[in-house]
Design a protein around this ligand. Structure first.
Ligand code: RM4
Ligand code: MN
Ligand code: MN
Length: 397
């Protein structure tokens, strides 16, 4: 049983928690070897938005959807009105906009880091077009991830590529509306296997500082080496006012994009704890965009998304249970065992009953997954879409 104070802490935290759904999480995806087709997968932007709207209807905390420009607006700005209209029908707003400078042949040796100035210009033009699309859609965050890098030692000039990135990001930043932000994501490897131009949080931080005042770092939880202390990166970025957002997922090996909390829920809890402890200590709200970056090919996409949101709420609620005053005191006194128990007691508490009550009090289902299964939505889209989906080629042959 929780005290009133504990219940209030959880409900207060949950009331401010929102999480963006990725449009790409509803479409067919696969591994490097094959695309696994699902009969209910979304085959168009209206189906993606409809599915995201349904997840929001059941969970109540996902009012925004993140878009991938080339996948969702293949004809650029001319698609903006239709997308805005469809999002409205689904009861959603547009969240972060993800440009795409990795899918076209011209980017084989890089985009903003390409030695060819004409290719760098193509990439910058795409960023500028994405900024414009973001403005028209009322989106705040331009979320940048680059596949740039190289596969073999000595084949690229690392310093020149750094300089070209800095130039490109600065130029893009200049085009931002004053309310828009630029989030810079890092990743140590894949698709490049020797060097990646923005390989870690230090490089992302440098570029964000160099780009301009509205640039921040985005932490994808799957983009670190195995033993990296992610919550320390998070607390540094918070302290420096440079943390802009997250791509949430879990992993066992590399960028596996598994369901959040499926492998290491304590890791996610520790990240949320650092954020809530920062907010408690400073009295400031951390302005962070949480986005799910997962695209399931074995689990049902909508069920996996609901499962992820449910897990995020549980881990955030657990983090809200930490007794910050006591923890701060124990830290100052170097009472190690007691300090550690503050975290462990919160982590091991069962927050599900409080979350169920909270959800019902605001008119959301107590059990979103069960309610989704009862709703008949999945059966309906399976019937409507299976023929289209099974006609898609899954192999790379
Ligand atoms: C990358 C990275 C990006 C995502 C792409 C598709 O690994 O996580 O955020 O947009 O994948
Ligand atoms: Mn990501
Ligand atoms: Mn990734």
């Amino acid at each position: 049983m929780f005290t009133t104070q504990q219940t209030d802490a959880v409900i207060g935290a949950l009331g401010k928690f929102e999480i963006e759904l990725p449009s790409w999480g509803f479409a067919n995806t696969g591994t490097r070897f094959v695309k696994f087709l699902q009969p209910a997968a979304a085959t168009s932007i209206d189906e993606k938005l409809s599915d995201a709207g349904e997840v929001h209807r059941h969970t109540g905390v996902c009012p925004r959807v993140a878009l991938h420009v080339l996948w969702d607006l293949p004809n650029g700005a001319s698609g903006v009105e239709a997308v805005q209209h469809l999002a409205g029908l689904a009861g959603l707003r547009i969240g972060s906009i993800h440009p795409n400078t990795f899918q076209e042949q011209c980017y084989k040796h890089g985009s903003l880091g390409n030695p060819d100035p004409a290719i760098r210009k193509l990439a910058l033009d795409h960023l500028l077009a994405s900024i414009d699309i973001g403005q028209r859609l009322g989106s705040r965050d331009l979320s940048l991830w680059f596949a740039d890098g190289s596969n073999y030692p000595g084949t690229q000039n690392l310093r020149h590529r750094r300089q070209w990135f800095e130039e490109g990001l600065r130029a893009a930043h200049q085009a931002l509306h004053k309310d828009q932000r630029m989030l810079i994501e890092y990743k140590p490897f894949e698709p490049a296997f020797y060097h990646t131009d923005i390989a870690d949080w230090g490089m992302a931080l440098w570029f964000a500082k160099a780009a301009g005042p509205n640039a921040r770092v985005l932490v994808d939880t799957g983009h670190h080496y195995q033993a990296q202390n992610i919550e320390q990166i998070v607390s540094w970025l918070l302290d420096l006012d440079m943390l802009g957002g997250f791509h949430l997922n879990d992993r066992r090996y590399a960028d596996d994009d598994l369901t959040l909390g499926s492998i290491d829920p304590y890791q996610v809890f520790r990240i949320f704890h650092e954020i809530l402890h920062f907010e408690w200590e400073t009295g400031r709200r951390a302005d962070i965009a949480y986005t799910i970056d997962q695209s399931h090919n074995l689990k049902g996409k909508m069920e996996a998304m609901i499962q992820t949101v449910t897990m995020a709420l549980q881990l955030y609620a657990k983090a809200a249970l930490v007794d910050h005053e006591r923890l701060a005191e124990f830290q100052n006194q170097c009472e190690l065992v007691d300090a550690e128990r503050c975290l462990q007691d919160a982590f091991s508490s069962d927050v599900r009953p409080v979350i169920r009550e909270w959800a019902e009090s605001k008119g959301s289902p107590a059990d979103p997954l069960e309610e989704f299964r009862r709703s008949g939505y999945l059966e309906r889209i399976t019937a409507e879409r299976s023929e289209k989906n099974l006609a898609i080629a899954g192999s790379y042959a």
